[in-house]
Structure formats: C-alpha cells, structure tokens
Write a protein that binds this ligand. Structure first.
Ligand code: FRU
Length: 462
C-alpha cells in the first residue's frame, strides 16, 4: 500500500513504522558520527505482535535512513520476542544487550511460571549486520526474591567497571531495579538492588545516567495510583535524583519526577552523543491504555517516537529540563502569521511573555490548553473525542510561586509536543484528524509574544 492512500496523514517529523507497530526506543547510541535509533518493532502487525528490533540511522536528525529489521527471534532463548535493550559503544563497536523473552506454551501465570528472560549480547558495527547471539544471563542467574519479570538491560561504564541495570518485579509485587557488574562486558555478577517502597509492582526500562556529573535513575513503573495531578496514565515514567552513588548503594533514591504530563510517553531511553549531550527519546505511546487503539491502525501502522530531547540540569530546582535538540531548529521553514497556519501541514509555536491571568490556546479545533490563575494549573483537553481518539484531559499543577514563562509547541500531522518553561515540564500526545481538515490556532488572554514557523518534514527513505 502506498502512504498516499492513507486516511490520516502520516507523521512528518517523527519516526514511525510505515507498516506495523513500534514501541520502546532501543540501543540508542552514536558511532562514527551516525546516531542509531533502534526500536521495538512488529513489522506487519499494527496492533503489536512478535517483537523484533527495527533500525533508523541519522547524521543530523533531519535526514534518516530506515534499514528494516536488525534482529528478530531466531534462537530458543528469544523465541517469544527480542525485547528492549541498549547499545554500549566501545572500540567502534556497538555491544547490544537485550532481553530474549520466552513464554512457554501451557497454563502458566507468566509471572512465577512459564517465562524466561535471557539477557543476550550481539555486536554490530553498523546497526545493519549483527554478530551471533550470546546469552549472558538466564532467569536462574537473577536473585531468588524476583519473579520471572526481569528485563530491559542498560549498560554503562564507570571507572573501568561495567554496570548493567535491569528492571524487575519481586515476589512481593514490588518494582525494583537490579545491578550487575562486569570487568569484561561478558561475565556479569549480581551486585545489588535499587529500590524504593511504594513505587509500583514492576519497573520497566531502568536507565542510570549522568547529567552535569549528577546521577539519575529513570524508570517506567507500573502500578502507581492515579492522583489529580500526577500518575494520570495507566503506567508512568520518570526519574529519581539521588545524593548517593546508585552504582554502590541501592537505597539512596531521592525525589521522583515524572518525565511528561501527556497521554503518550513511555519507556524513554537516554544516551550520550559525540558532542557529550545526554539525549532522551521516548516511545510516543502508552501500553494497555483505554485509548490504546489509534486511528492509524486503519492505515496499517501504530505509534511513534518523540523528538530527541537534550537533558539539561537545572541547578535551581535540581530537576532536568528537556529541550528539543538544537538540530530541530533546522526544520524551520519560515516565520508565518498565525492566520497562515491553516496553509501549513506542520508547524511550531514559540510563545512567551504570558501575563499572570488566565489564558487559553486552541489547536486544530478540538484540543485546548487552559491556564487557570485560581487553580494555578494547566489543563490540556481534547474537546473533540474523535480528534483525541478517546483521549480526554491531563492536568499539570505549577509549583508554588511558579508562572508560565514560555511554551514551545510542535504540531505534527498526528502529534503535539509541548515544552513548558524551558522544558521543566513537557506534554506529549497523539491525535488524529482526517487529511482534509486544516490546521487552526486561536488564543485568548494575555500572551504578548507569539511566533509561528512552518516546518519542513524529515527526509526519510520510506
Ligand atoms: C516496555 C516493554 C519492555 C519490554 C518491551 C517489549 O514498553 O514492556 O519492558 O522489553 O516493552 O516490547
């Protein structure tokens, strides 16, 4: 099928599968100038199915090459899926660690019985050709207190020692991460647990990383109870800060901050590029959500990745800012008047100098952002059920004394990403409008500076 026959427009500046399903970003790294963006991929099944790794590469985040399936289940140890993992780069080689998922046929609960989780290594120099697979850790190598849910290895090297974090669920139904250590990237010894009481029953996709010398642990926890202003999705993702060294001490987790306040953001992964930037990319999707069947399934594909975001440490708040990486500015075509937005396919809004009073922004007749001075919150709502494909509303409470200072809004054909107050908060959602409906924007309240840019699409070979 040609993309021209699609009912909905396909993304213009977000990575997506031309056919099939995409979930977590995997194996993010840069090698010899090329950024490699692997992802969980079921090529022919838009509602998900057997998981392989797909692969995009780019030198500049504007021109992308899609090279198809990098690896698929083909050994007994990954028979039910090549699950998520990472790429650690050394000696011009990607050391790719992933979870080989095995679900045995039979009457099992797949928590305590019937599942295998095999931490497996392949190497690659180009993200296209892979070495043979080598299983490094099997279910019996993980601590006894864990269920069979152990997965998503992320590897880093610190002071000459390699550390691998894995996400897990304990037999007491508590989420945690576990840390293994190695001197040679092949032989791994269990070191310790990283845990915090009352943070759900399962942690997926742990990622221990540094920004500005400060250590953080990102996790995607499952089982946190929704509150009015936090944990509003079925599953979460966020990061802990810490005063301790989590490579040595797993009890030192500090405050947890959610990465994003939108409907579609999960399983983020970070990597450090050759410019030493820490870049985060997330899955723009949400597993098991009640709004989990996107209209794009009719066109044979589902889900996207977020824009790559640079993480910057904010010493005032101790939090991380997420900023669209600098290269995204290269997508700007020209500055336009607000009334000309209807002639664009994709655009960016750059808003600043908000007054102290209520304001609202309506995008594409059916989505609005409202600031209430009284409640001191921002509310993002789909007023058109079809446009939001059953997404409703999400809320963000500003901190005491905090004001809305600025917002960058990126509107693709089927997603909206908003960066608030220089990325201290972000909001990410998908939406679906039929091709013939034009873009549209209106504002109410005091916003002094409104700039709009039409954008150019990514150049992708699909
Ligand atoms: C997160 C996740 C991972 C797993 C992968 C399977 O979305 O569930 O824990 O490895 O997706 O596709």
């Amino acid at each position: 099928m040609s993309l021209k026959d699609n009912k909905y427009l396909t993304p213009r500046f977000h990575l997506f599968p031309k056919s099939g399903w995409l979930n977590d970003p995997n194996g993010l790294c840069q090698l010899g100038g090329i950024h490699h963006i692997f992802f969980q991929y079921s090529p022919d099944q838009p509602k998900g199915g057997e998981k392989t790794w797909g692969h995009y590469s780019t030198k500049d985040f504007i021109n992308y090459e899609f090279t198809g399936v990098f690896m698929k289940p083909d050994i007994p140890e990954d028979a039910s899926g090549v699950y998520s993992g990472c790429a650690y780069v050394e000696n011009d080689t990607m050391y790719i660690y992933y979870t080989g998922n095995v679900k045995h046929a039979g009457d099992y609960d797949y928590i305590l019985d019937g599942r295998e989780s095999n931490t497996t290594l392949v190497t690659s120099e180009d993200g296209i050709n892979a070495s043979g697979k080598r299983v490094l850790l099997r279910s019996q190598n993980y601590p006894d207190s864990l269920t069979l849910h152990v997965r998503d290895p992320k590897v880093l090297c610190h002071d000459g020692i390699y550390y691998m974090t894995l996400g897990a669920r304990t037999k007491k139904d508590e989420g945690c991460a576990i840390v293994f250590k190695s001197k040679d990237k092949i032989n791994w010894d269990f070191s310790h647990f990283i845990e915090k009481a009352d943070y759900g029953y399962m942690w997926e996709c742990p990622d221990l990383f540094y920004v500005d010398g400060k250590q953080f642990l990102s996790i995607s926890p499952q089982g946190l109870e929704a509150q009015e202003y936090c944990f509003q999705n079925i599953y979460q993702s966020g990061y802990f800060n810490t005063d301790k060294d989590l490579l040595l001490d797993g009890q030192g987790l500090g405050e947890f901050t959610e990465w994003d306040y939108g409907f579609d953001f999960y399983a983020p992964q970070t990597y450090v590029d050759e410019k030493k930037r820490t870049i985060l990319i997330a899955w723009m999707g949400m597993p098991d959500a009640e709004y989990g069947h996107d209209a794009s399934i009719e066109d044979g594909w589902q889900h996207m990745l977020t824009l790559p975001r640079e993480l910057v440490y904010d010493s005032e708040t101790g939090k991380l800012r997420q900023l669209p990486i600098e290269e995204i500015k290269g997508l700007r075509d020209k500055k336009i008047d607000i009334k000309d937005i209807e002639d664009t396919e994709i655009y960016e809004l750059d808003l600043s100098d908000f007054g102290e009073n209520d304001f609202s922004i309506q995008l594409n007749k059916g989505f609005d952002i409202k600031f209430s001075k009284l409640k001191h919150d921002l509310v993002f709502s789909f007023t058109d059920k079809e446009l939001g494909c059953n997404r409703t509303c999400r809320k963000l409470k500003l901190a005491d004394g905090e004001r809305v200072e600025n917002m960058k809004i990126f509107v693709d054909t089927c997603s909206i990403e908003i960066f608030i107050n220089d990325g201290i908060y972000t909001y990410t959602t998908k939406y679906f409008k039929a091709k013939e409906i034009k873009n549209w924007v209106s504002f109410e309240g005091s916003i002094e500076s409104i700039k709009a840019y039409s954008l150019r699409p990514f150049n992708i070979n699909i």
